[in-house]
Design a protein around this ligand. Sequence first.
Ligand SMILES: C[S@@+](CC[C@H](N)C(=O)[O-])C[C@H]1O[C@@H](n2cnc3c(N)ncnc32)[C@H](O)[C@@H]1O
Length: 219
Amino acid sequence: MGRDAPLAQAEIPRLYDSLAPFYDRWAFFTESKARRRAIELTCLRDGETVLEVAVGTGLMFEEIVKLNPHGNNLGIDLSAGMLRRAGERLAPYTSDNYELRRGDALDLGVDTESIDLLVNCYMFDLLCAKDTDTVLDEFGRVLKPEGRMVVVNMTHGRSRGSRVYESISRRFPRSAGGCRGVQLATTTSQHGFEIDSVEYLQQCLFPSEIIVARKATHS
Ligand SMILES: C[S@@+](CC[C@H](N)C(=O)[O-])C[C@H]1O[C@@H](n2cnc3c(N)ncnc32)[C@H](O)[C@@H]1O
């Protein structure tokens, strides 16, 4: 995975509480294309049980709720500030088919083999290697056999320009939201997932990796 997480998990909720008012503007210029592609890749079918971990301000979760009106949609996040924004974004929708709550990817508090689709954007790039292993096992636990997972992360830039974000995150880890580039396909497959696809996408030089995987039935 390369460089380990620049910030401790204990620092994350406060950091993202403070970034919450600005997050959507940043995300529009750097992450919106990857998020759009990721929602396509979910192949979400109405009626499914969907979990978004690290739901943030709800940019992806709003799309999930719209595409899955007859399903169950749960979004969790560590940061109360990010969740508040997600709640505001979702306010126009009837809350019959969704729930937002505080929760930790390391211990989801969700029933074993209860989830059809798990979505997670720009969180593993904040986690240290040990927590990454724990979280992938936890994702595997809650997914049904053959359950799908779509994970998006900041990754290593493939052009000189796109490596600028790695240098910024090295020098100013808090301003960069505590993230650094990761490549997760190999680690994911070591945790009982079959990888369906890995895509690289760059927006305003910001490099993202989109992984589509399913829980292997033999795990
Ligand atoms: C870069 S933001 C991405 C938010 C959202 N997924 C998106 O793409 O717009 C990272 C989010 O991960 C959340 N986060 C970090 N570690 C987490 C954990 N262990 N459990 C749940 N959420 C976590 C942060 O609170 C923050 O909202």
